[in-house]
Design a protein around this ligand. Structure first.
Ligand code: ADP
Length: 495
């Protein structure tokens, strides 16, 4: 048998998945690792544990499928983005724990830089916002706070990398210090207009240029695995940050193609083609995977609470014991009975960006039961996705005609049908919901000729389609009520 091995290095676990030529999952292994919370708002991972959990998942999945590294034609990596690691080039030892994307410790530095008036420069060059989420202030924090590190960095002794770089450096025994463009575009120091590390930005954040990895294409052979514990001699040929990997896994390779991942939160990305464009709707612009080896761009909007609203109904309200049970309860009523649920548990993300918005359920009457609440919760996921998609349409001027979906909550048929009805467009759910890992596998398989092109891959994809059926006027009216509710939830926690 011939397989592509995808490493899906996520925030809470490292997974390894084998894909066959039909794009089917031939085996999956998953190893969780520790989340380290040293102080309020701080989140760290042990880089060595990231590596060992990932290597052991890779070895385990080969065993499960009865395969050896010789059966693997290529390896692709999709990784948690922005998470920052600095290590010693000679010893291979990290100088500190990895600072995870969720970590907020650099908020004061972001405020200071904003006061210095550099945000517009940063936005124009990177497409991002000045926020602790991205890597640059995390690198600066390590340089300023870990003993002796700045001097070592200035001598050229240290390397920076996001998780993809760290894994590849180790898989190649220190031979390759690389990252791909999708990961580079999340660091806040990569100029995505001119396609290079940006000296002015590196200076603003005080980062020596010699720490930065070489930037490669997402679908390109960068080296072979030499680490004895890994899948030895397999070419490393695909790299992408998880969301861009999912965009590619959904084959959103043409301008206008969009995908939404419905997990804990929801991540929407739309391919906008070869021309850089800044959002006028508070979305970020980022690099997408390009097999043509020319920069391609995507707009991105993140929603903080998606499937997590279902978790909340399960764990805090105790309406049911298993997340999928929400569908039956929601289907027990015709509609939400006028209830609107704004799940702003941690403020609102794109396109509202209101950290002071509060969670709110409005429109409760004497007849309201848990069916209505469950339904309103499901609908709130779709309403938030509509907010982001409408912002994208306004930015690009091209209305999206089909939404491709994945992630745990995309298994919910009621949610998918409501999403199609609300948007008035088709929703396509592929047979394999592992789009992130699949994207990494496609990138690697295309680079080594396992697949010849995207059209050949498209032939292998089945799935379900949800067509828009509902009355447009009625849906517009319901969407209007949602927008009104959102306005009422905004700013509540400011007082
Ligand atoms: P993540 O990768 O963010 O951990 P997953 O893609 O595994 O998320 O999806 C899990 C989320 O989806 C959980 O928040 C869960 O509540 C929600 N979920 C799982 N099944 C369903 C379902 N049938 N309907 C709605 N939400 C669901």
């Amino acid at each position: 048998m011939a397989y592509v091995l995808a490493l899906d290095q996520g925030t809470t676990s490292s997974r390894a998945i084998l894909f066959d030529k039909q794009g089917r999952v031939a085996g999956l292994a998953q190893h969780e690792f520790a989340q380290i919370f040293p102080a309020p708002g701080w989140v760290e991972h042990d880089p060595v544990e990231i590596l060992t959990s990932q290597l052991s998942a890779a070895v385990e999945v080969l065993g499960m499928a009865g395969a050896t590294p010789r059966d693997v034609v290529a390896l692709g990596i999709a990784n948690q983005r922005e998470t920052t690691i600095v290590w010693d080039r000679t010893t291979g030892k990290p100088v500190s724990n990895a600072i995870v994307w969720q970590d907020r410790r650099t908020a004061p530095m972001c405020s200071r830089l904003r006061e210095e008036g550099v945000e517009e420069t940063i936005r124009a060059k990177t497409g991002l916002l000045l926020d602790p989420y991205f890597s640059a202030t995390k690198i600066a924090w390590i340089l300023d706070n870990v003993d002796g590190v700045r001097a070592r960095a200035e001598r050229g002794d240290l390397a920076f990398g996001t998780v993809d770089s760290w894994l590849i450096w180790n898989l190649t025994n220190g031979k390759r210090h690389v990252t791909d463009r999708t990961n580079a575009s999340r660091t806040l120091v990569y100029n995505i207009v001119e396609d290079r590390w940006d000296e002015e930005l590196l200076r603003i954040f005080g980062i020596p240029a010699n720490m930065m990895p070489e930037v490669v294409w997402s679908s390109e052979e960068v080296g072979r695995v030499t680490a004895q514990l890994g899948p030895v001699d397999v070419p490393i040929a695909g790299i992408a940050g998880d969301q861009q990997a999912a965009l590619f896994g959904q084959l959103c390779t043409k301008p206008g193609d969009a995908k939404c991942t419905y997990g804990t939160g929801c991540f929407l990305l739309q391919n906008i083609g070869r021309e850089f464009r800044l959002s006028g709707q508070r979305l970020v612009t980022t690099l997408a995977c390009s097999t043509a080896r020319k920069p391609e761009y995507a707009l991105e909007g993140s929603i903080f609470i998606g499937g997590a609203v279902v978790q909340w109904l399960r764990d805090k309200m105790r309406f049911f014991s298993f997340a999928p049970d929400v569908e039956g309860i929601a289907a027990s009523v015709e509609d939400a009975g006028g209830v609107v649920f704004v799940p702003a548990f941690t403020g609102l993300g794109a396109p509202h960006w209101d950290p002071y918005a509060a969670g709110m359920i409005i429109g409760i009457g004497r007849d309201t039961g848990i069916g209505h609440m469950a339904r309103a919760a499901i609908e709130s996921i779709a309403f938030q996705v509509a907010d982001v998609l409408k912002a994208m349409d306004a930015d690009t001027g091209i209305p999206c005609r089909e939404l491709r979906v994945d992630g745990g909550a995309a298994a919910n048929d009621l949610l998918m049908q409501f999403q199609a009805d609300l948007l008035g467009i088709r929703v396509h759910r592929p047979a394999v919901l592992e789009s992130t890992a699949q994207g990494a596998a496609y990138l690697a398989g295309l680079a080594v000729g396992f697949w010849n092109n995207v059209d050949e891959i498209a032939q292998t994809r089945g799935g379900s389609v949800f067509e828009a059926r509902a009355d447009r006027g009625q849906m517009e009216q319901r969407y209007g009520r949602w927008r009104e509710a959102v306005e009422r939830a905004k700013g509540w926690n400011r007082a």
